[in-house]
Design a protein around this ligand. Structure first.
Ligand code: UDX
Length: 436
């Protein structure tokens, strides 16, 4: 099937490459010429496992192309809209300018029978408005939210937990759903549930899923606060809760909380939209979820300060991690970097290391010290803080090896990812958020 993907960021670039990998003929379009040039030469503009291989394969087979011209979308049967919806400056709502511009830019190139499939995360009600904007072209707009996680984006695109398509309940809507069913035939044949809804429900599924995940993380972080005050251990608590199949262990990872380009802005825009709909109180708890999340960063900083005797001024602190999570170079709203910046603000001599995100981090925060090499960051540190649970820190760094490099054996585990007993046995002062 011929497809266009408008917007080649974390979502669109992966979607385009993944669709080409299952045999579709795909053109990825973006206004950013540099990004397009990189993608067209097979270079992934961000770190995403398996993306470089898919790009090489797609470009090599001729099934994948990239362009900065919207006119190149012409002739495609499905046009996926995968542009960003950041938080508006000075408010909590989503900025829909890019989605609107993408749909308006696409309009002159649509033919009767084309399907426009929105994938961007938008406030409920957006799709119906956009559908009205393309109706006179004879194309049909549906909403097909994307649930991929960075770091797992290729896997999540090719083998999603479910596919959701929202459409108007009329003949055109039915035809458009059938086209998407064909587009995703491979995943559907492999057993992926395919849910057909109205437009509003499809938009809401995405907002609700992110709200639920954020709530789950903040729930366990709230329990960490109680654990800290009562001498309990939040990691053991999470294990014990997780065995209850109604609860489940995933997203009960306590620590410095969630960040990234999605969860923080999406829960805020969800609450802002609920306010507009006159139902703000229904999701009032999301403000609490946000507040709990941000408190954990402060708490991590306090642990470091206390561990170093009340003052970090002039002390050398190795910060292990800058990305908002492992297997990503994304530093948008990264709790890890936020902790580093706060420690620097208190006068600490901060050295940040990360296997993938140093370039992004140093461009955004040139005031911090950086070391590409983990051991160089550890050398002579008075304390180390683990803020992104990369395997390089969680699994591959032994307390003995780290102990031989540092000046002070003080470790703060911001992700509950280290074996506290092993670090203590090697002579380290171990401090974990919510840990005994
Ligand atoms: C998220 C959703 O998972 C995805 O479905 C949606 O499409 C986009 O937003 P992503 O931003 O890639 O995906 O990250 P995710 O893996 O969900 O992690 C988000 C943040 O939560 C990270 O900062 C992570 O470190 C944190 N997190 C996650 C925790 O603090 N504890 C956990 O148990 C899980």
């Amino acid at each position: 099937m011929r497809m266009s993907v408008i917007g080649c960021g974390y979502l669109g670039a992966v979607h385009a490459a993944a669709m080409a990998s299952i045999g579709h003929d795909v053109v990825g379009i973006d206004v950013d010429e540099r990004k397009i040039a990189a993608l067209a030469s097979g270079a992934a503009p961000f770190f995403e496992p398996r993306l470089p291989e898919l790009l090489a394969e797609g470009l090599g087979s001729g099934r994948l192309r990239f362009s900065s011209q919207m006119a190149d979308a012409e002739g495609a049967q499905v046009h996926f809209v995968a542009v960003g919806t950041p938080q508006v400056a000075g408010g909590h709502a989503a900025d829909l300018r890019f989605v609107e511009a993408a749909v308006d830019g696409l309009r002159p190139h649509l033919r009767p029978g084309d399907v426009v499939a929105g994938k961007s995360t938008v406030p409920v009600g957006t799709a119906a408005r956009l559908a009205a904007r393309v109706i006179d072209t004879g194309a049909t707009l549906v909403w097909n939210p994307e649930f991929l996680r960075e770091g797992w984006a290729v896997h999540d695109t090719l083998a999603p937990d479910r596919l959701v398509v929202g459409a108007e309940q009329d003949a055109d809507g039915g035809r458009a759903v059938a086209v998407l069913r064909d587009a995703y035939a491979q995943a559907i044949d492999a057993g992926t549930p395919f849910l057909v809804t109205d437009l509003a429900t499809a938009e809401l599924v995405k907002g609700a899923a992110n709200a639920f995940l954020a709530t789950k993380i903040s729930f366990i972080n709230a329990m960490a606060e109680i654990a800290e005050a009562s001498g309990a251990d939040v990691a053991l608590l999470a294990d014990a809760l997780g065995y209850d199949t109604r609860i489940g262990r995933r997203y009960l990872g306590a620590g410095i909380g969630f960040g990234g380009g999605c969860l923080p802005k999406d829960i805020r825009s969800f609450a802002a939209r609920a306010d507009e709909l006159g139902r703000g109180e229904a999701v009032g708890f999301l403000r609490e979820v946000d507040a709990i999340n941000l408190r954990r960063r402060e708490r991590a900083v306090r642990l470091v300060v206390d561990a170093l005797g009340g003052l970090v001024f002039g002390r050398r602190i190795a910060v292990l991690g800058a990305a908002f999570k492992p297997f990503s170079d994304d530093i948008r709203d990264s709790p890890a970097l936020d902790v580093a910046v706060r420690l620097r603000g208190l006068g600490a001599d901060v050295v940040v290391t990360d296997p993938a995100a140093i370039d992004n981090a140093s461009a955004a925060h040139p005031q911090l010290g950086y070391a590409r090499d983990r051991d160089e960051a550890l050398r002579d540190a008075d304390a180390i803080v683990v803020v992104t649970e990369w395997d390089e820190y969680r699994r591959d760094l032994s307390p003995e090896h780290a102990g031989a490099l540092v000046r002070g054996r003080v470790v703060v585990d911001g992700r509950s990812c280290l074996d506290a007993a092993a670090w203590r046995a090697a002579g380290w002062q171990y401090h974990g958020l919510g840990r005994r």
